[in-house]
Design a protein. Sequence first.
Length: 351
Amino acid sequence: MKNIVVLGGGLSGLTTAYLLKNEDISTTILEGRDRIGGRIHTLRNDAEAPIEMGATWLGKKHTHLLDLLDQLNIGTTQQFMGNKGFYEPMSVSPPQLVDLPPNKEPSYRIDGGSDNLIHSLANQLDQNQILLNERVRSIADIGNSLQIQTNNTNFDADAVISTLPPKLLIESIRFTPSLPDKLQNIAAGTHTWMADSIKVALTFERPFWKGSNSSGTIFSNVGPVNEMYDHSDEQQSRYALKGFMNTAYHSVSQEKRKQLVLDQLRRFYGDKTDSYISYRETVWKNKPLTYTEYDDPIIPHQHNGHKVFQQSYWDHRLFISGSETAPSFPGYMDGAVESAQRVVTQLKKLI
Ligand SMILES: Cc1cc2nc3c(=O)[nH]c(=O)nc-3n(C[C@H](O)[C@H](O)[C@H](O)COP(=O)(O)OP(=O)(O)OC[C@H]3O[C@@H](n4cnc5c(N)ncnc54)[C@H](O)[C@@H]3O)c2cc1C
């Protein structure tokens, strides 16, 4: 099996290619976007703090991810929370500054930004292993090989490893012959973690929320931002706040969302809010290479790690990987790494 194609250049796809390269097995990654990283997306501007629009935090329990970071010599830094946080219990009462309980399970961020992991993995690969702007449309078993059609061209493969979220895979790629009904049904009802979330961030010259009577940690039942945290860089030299906006706001204009965020922050910080340098947001629901609409109600992590994803298809030539297929911590960065390790172990047995 010489010609292995990996669908998707997110954390799972890049880790798969990296692990296989360590075994002297070459792969080609077909990535539909014009960038690698998928749900890891760090916005950079040298003058401002890097902003994570996708995955940001990990914990000590995420051992698959921590081992990979270790191998790549990438450190982590504990998320700054402070001793106090703003809490908005309801719209008719003002926000309160409350003491935060001791955090027994702190969160950590990847030093240099989450995309430091993505680019470190990519740097271990040969340049021609990653093909961008290749959006896969169909895969056909034509007997002696698998034929992959993208928006640009065709590729042949001896084996294909998909790292697309299973629901996206089943709804955006045509398979000939069709995949088993059970796999299709489970995949169609598999939740894609955070795929409908809205992230918002503001960068600032000064971290005024770190003063004694303030905080960058916000929990709000009122919204539109439900949670917000300090998002300054680990050197504490460039400053930002970043949070999650209620997903109901995906249909209003960007300008409207921005004004709503600023109005809310003025309740905590007054005029200092308006000293922001830039406002950033990502509405993941508008990203067709991550999100597809759910026909039926779905619960978080539904069908994640299901056993239909643990086996291979088409005579051991088609593998379904990606974070949502991992049995432990599916949907998270750790799951993306675990799923890559699982597929590499399966493939090695076949070669
Ligand atoms: C807003 C947000 C916040 C998050 N926060 C955290 C967090 O704090 N901690 C954490 O651990 N995890 C978090 N996650 C989840 C984390 O980002 C994912 O678990 C992880 O990045 C998934 O990696 P993956 O490679 O499995 O999938 P993806 O990153 O989704 O990669 C799939 C890749 O396939 C590509 N693709 C899609 N369709 C096609 C096609 N037809 N042809 C070719 N390529 C295609 C996509 O462009 C993408 O690059 C967050 C996610 C989001 C969106």
